[in-house]
Design a binder for this molecule. Structure first.
Ligand code: AR6
Length: 187
């Protein structure tokens, strides 16, 4: 079950949504994974995505690493969605809290994902609260960075083909934190 918490027309064509639910169940063209730089999907949302999508996601991820090497914050990888409702998975690497320059790295991970979705010609994308689980990024601070990153991507890419950008929060605490920040910064 997904619950729509907030939505806002970022432009006449682009709807920004805040949803509480499970990202593996979102009916969108692409979901974003909170991955590590080696694309080993062992825990958190990554493991949930790899489980729901089936073995092809890890197989394609391993192939990506063989071909391109470790994944940087600004240049996410992508695979097919396997058995997921979404056609693709974008594997974005957020920062570990304490690694330095975390806000900028998180902004790069979000904007790199949006750019890649545009390069793939996709219309709808869902992303989780990257870095706020195992990587330990404080949730409210991540909410500020992620919401600003999406807003600034939309305003600097008026010709984006994306019509839906959905932030999917797992559990009450993340939903509450993102809603609070949303109400402060989104008009
Ligand atoms: N749907 C939406 N969000 C989810 C789901 C779900 N099904 N499951 C968890 N979350 P994390 P990170 C939330 O730890 O901090 C992995 O092992 C979760 O509550 O998945 O970027 C990777 O392979 C949290 O708010 O990612 C990396 O090694 C958010 O997703 C490492 O963890 C992100 O939590 C990445 O750590």
């Amino acid at each position: 079950m997904s619950e729509m918490l907030r939505q806002w027309e970022l432009s006449s064509k682009l709807n920004l949504q805040l949803v509480q639910g499970d990202i593996t169940r979102q009916d969108v063209d692409v979901i974003v994974n909170a991955a590590n730089e080696r694309l080993q999907h062992g825990g958190g949302v990554a493991a949930a995505i790899a489980r729901a999508g089936g073995p092809s996601i890890q197989v394609e991820s391993n192939r990506w690493i063989e071909e391109h090497g470790p994944v940087g914050h600004a240049n996410p990888a992508f695979t097919s969605g396997g058995h997921l409702p979404s056609q693709y998975v974008i594997h974005a690497v957020g920062p570990r809290w304490g690694s330095g320059n975390e806000d900028q790295k998180l902004q790069e991970a979000v904007q790199g994902s949006l750019r890649l979705a545009d390069d793939l010609g996709l219309r709808s994308l869902a992303l989780p609260a990257i870095s706020t689980g195992i990587y330990g990024f404080p949730t409210k601070r991540a909410a500020k960075v992620i919401l600003h990153a999406v807003e600034s991507y939309a305003s600097t890419h008026p010709r984006t083909k994306l019509t839906v950008i959905r932030i999917v929060l797992y559990g009450e605490a993340a939903a509450k934190a993102f809603t609070e920040i949303w109400d402060q910064i989104i008009s």
